[in-house]
Write a protein that binds this ligand. Structure first.
Ligand SMILES: [Cu+2]
Length: 136
């Protein structure tokens, strides 16, 4: 009797371990596929949107990523880093204005092309400091 229940306990423990490790694995690889059980840790699972991190390095007079492409439902984490000169980054249609070193977290839930530009008068090439975020 006793032996049997110890055995049963071990089997249960093994099953639990297996389930836990399988669960951990699926959480790690589930960026694109639908995972049936993704609790608390990954809020992106529902919409299927990815998080995209982009750092714009600004110099006189351009942005390092003049064209950013993303899918509808993605979240864009956009950072401005001024490598040379003093620049800002404004996306009027999204209500975003970044200063040097700042990061904006932008939910891209509508398709479209969103222009951005430098919003600090930084010199003769200022008007060239433009780019766009293409959401499709
Ligand atoms: Cu400028």
């Amino acid at each position: 009797m006793k032996l049997k229940s110890v055995k049963l306990g071990m089997v249960l423990a093994l099953i639990t371990l297996f389930a836990l490790s399988a669960c951990g694995k699926s959480n790690n690889n589930s960026s694109n596929s639908q995972s049936p059980s993704a609790p608390a840790s990954s809020p992106a699972a529902a919409g299927g949107g990815a998080t995209k991190e982009v750092t714009e390095h600004a110099v006189n007079w351009s942005f390092s990523e003049p064209e950013i492409k993303a899918n509808v439902g993605d979240t864009l984490k956009l950072t401005l880093n001024n490598d040379k000169g003093a620049h800002g980054l404004q996306i009027e249609d999204l209500g975003v204005a970044l200063k040097n070193g700042e990061t904006a977290t932008i939910k891209l839930d509508k398709a479209g092309t969103y222009d951005f530009h430098c919003n600090i008068q930084c010199g003769q090439g200022h008007d060239n400091m433009v780019g766009q975020i293409i959401v499709q």
